[in-house]
Design a protein around this ligand. Structure first.
Ligand code: PDD
Length: 289
């Protein structure tokens, strides 16, 4: 369910009043950037990280946002307030290069911006039991650190996963695993976590940056070193991370079980630490505590 009050530029309007012209850069070129921010119990999680990344994406594509970081922080807080959000949700926001007759060259117009909140319960079942994934070639461009609206390769990979009965597609460039279609990916081998380094080939996930902190706190070594699709098959554990999927075990890849086919110890430790970090009162481990 989408909450009725949405941000259009810096004003609140009713959801069905927000209209976009068909001569719009986001629609015609995917010429824009976005963020998805987690809300738990009415509070943002990792909001500073998301706002910082939005501004980094904007700078990378030479897009001028119609507010400062501080003002955006305030506006997003108001978005939760005016909708009286008390539960778990996500906020989607996007900025495009604006409305103008179609021409590749940048138009001399202001950026378009909107943001809305949508109710989003935690994916308890998947967090507890783990999910299946498939591997897919990473056919995206070379600036995946930019959270751009151009998501066609991601959409196609995720759809392929769904059609094969899986939740995610693990992407690889020449057998080097980069990330998933809409999340970061990690393996655990001999007690050590490995994930692709923060290069231009992956999105620098906000939860990923938190996973690094949590691993340090838990004294679990985390190596930012790329691994191969073969390494995935030999892994003790595999998991993914994102603002909507949290830290989620991957228990099957291309039809083969990851190790025993159950969520692993390291993954579960991180999930527990994540719940504490996000200040969650309800736990996926509630039944076993
Ligand atoms: N996706 N990699 C990709 C390609 C992503 O699209 C995402 C997020 C992530 C994880 O980033 P973060 O931890 O900041 O959520 C990694 C969001 C949730 C989406 O597009 O819906």
């Amino acid at each position: 369910m989408i909450y009725s009050q949405v941000l259009s530029q810096t004003n609140f309007v009713n959801e069905d009043e927000l209209m976009y012209p068909f001569q719009e850069r986001g629609l015609q070129f995917g010429d824009g950037i976005y963020e998805v921010i987690r809300v738990y119990q009415g509070h943002f999680y990792l909001i500073t990280e998301h706002i910082d990344r939005l501004f980094r994406s904007a700078e990378a594509v030479k897009l001028t946002l119609p507010f400062t970081k501080e003002r955006l922080f305030q506006l997003l807080g108001d978005l939760l307030k005016v909708n009286q959000i008390k539960g778990d949700a996500k906020v989607y926001l996007q900025a495009t290069r604006g409305s103008a007759l179609r021409d590749h060259v940048f138009p001399d117009v202001d950026a378009n911006f909107y943001a809305y909140a949508q109710g989003l319960p935690r994916p308890i079942q998947k967090l507890t039991n783990g999910v299946a994934a498939i591997t897919q070639p990473d056919v995206r461009w070379q600036n995946c650190y930019i959270k751009s609206l151009n998501l066609l390769p991601n959409v196609l990979a995720k759809q392929e996963a769904k059609e094969q009965g899986a939740f995610e597609a693990i992407l690889h460039r020449d057998e080097t695993v980069t990330e998933c279609s809409s999340s970061n990916v990690y393996l655990v081998k001999d007690g050590e976590i490995r994930t692709h380094p923060e290069t231009n080939n992956i999105l620098h996930g906000c939860v990923r940056s938190r996973v690094k902190v949590l691993a340090r706190q838990l004294d679990i070594p985390l190596l930012e070193k790329a691994f191969s699709t073969d390494d995935l098959q030999q892994a003790d554990e595999v998991f993914l991370s994102s603002s909507t999927a949290e830290i989620m075990p991957i228990v099957k890849i291309d039809g083969n079980k990851v190790h025993s086919g159950e969520p692993g110890t390291v993954t579960k430790k991180l999930q527990k630490a994540y719940e504490e970090d996000a200040g969650l009162t309800a736990s996926i481990f509630a039944q076993v505590r």
